[in-house]
Design a protein around this ligand. Structure first.
Ligand code: CMX
Length: 134
């Protein structure tokens, strides 16, 4: 597959409002978008640094993936997302290589990107997202 850059780093937080303050007031970044992704049971806030984004993730539902993550591990880096040129091809290649996928076909993520997740057990403990901007 052809990875072009790190699209975003997902960070699980308990409160979007509290964590946005850190990124804006301490790091001097600007939150340019807040979006709810109902399907993923999260509210997200985005910051752009070069080509890469920081995606803050606040759970909207008990038992959702971010809620479970914070329960188990606390706040912190939740996933790493790589931009690829051709997501369907990347997915096929990963499947052929025996990688454990969470999604067996692309679905819509935040900002309208097509996304698939690779299980952390197949990626040395890091929940890994592949995404393509259509
Ligand atoms: N990073 C690393 N490891 C993780 C993890 C993460 N984000 N989330 C879970 N795990 C680990 C757990 O620690 C656990 O490990 P052990 O078996 O060693 O204890 C194992 O994976 C299973 O975890 P679990 O708590 O039982 O959770 P589930 O198996 O129910 O779900 C996962 C885990 C990754 C399959 C699920 O969170 C998932 O499908 N994630 C993809 C979707 C997602 O995270 N959406 C939110 C972001 C959406 C967005 O960016 O828009």
């Amino acid at each position: 597959m052809q990875v072009t850059h790190i699209e975003h780093i997902g960070i699980a937080v308990k409160s979007l409002e509290d964590s946005i303050k850190f990124y804006e007031e301490v790091l001097g970044l600007k939150c340019y978008s807040i979006e709810e992704v109902k399907d993923q049971k999260v509210r997200t806030a985005f910051f752009l640094i070069g080509k890469t984004k920081i995606e803050l993730l606040e759970s909207t539902e008990e038992g959702g993936p971010v809620d479970k993550f914070i329960e188990k591990k606390g706040e912190g880096i939740h996933h790493l997302a790589f931009a690829v040129d051709d997501l369907k091809k990347a997915l096929m290649e990963a499947e052929e290589k025996g990688v454990q996928l969470i999604d067996n076909r692309p679905r819509k993520g935040a900002e309208g990107l097509d996304i698939v997740f690779i299980h952390p057990k197949s990626a040395f403990g890091v929940l890994t997202e592949l995404c393509e901007k259509k």
